[in-house]
Design a protein. Structure first.
Length: 119
């Protein structure tokens, strides 16, 4: 099994910044694509940003130019730098990992971290 631990959420005013981190731990795994998703109250979970093992990235249109996803493979960690935050960015942010665990493809979710942007 692989565990994902997220950190960095909190309360921030509109226009502010936050940096989320997600660290993966476990045995016998290799990381492929990693992503950040968010879920606002009453809405479906949506993709915010993704990054492949080679470093290619993709973003939701709503966050392009404001958010940056990155990864440190040596630390098994993915980051989400969020700038110019807007109240619409409020939600629970979840880390997601596509991995191979002892050679078997698997998908994992973190427990989520709350991001609240006040106007």
């Amino acid at each position: 099994q692989v565990q994902l631990v997220e950190s960095g959420g909190g309360l921030v005013q509109a226009g502010g910044s936050l940096r989320l981190s997600c660290a993966a731990s476990g045995r016998g795994f290799s990381m492929n694509r990693m992503g950040w998703y968010r879920q606002a109250p009453g809405k479906q979970r949506e993709l915010v940003a993704g990054i492949t093992s080679g470093g290619s990235t993709n973003y939701a249109d709503s966050v392009k130019g404001r958010f940056t996803i990155s990864r440190d493979n040596a630390k098994n960690t993915v980051y989400l730098q969020m700038n110019s935050l807007e109240p619409e960015d409020t939600g629970v942010y979840y880390c997601n990992l596509d991995a191979r665990v002892w050679g078997v493809s698997s998908n994992f979710w973190g427990q989520g971290t709350q991001v609240t942007v006040s106007s």
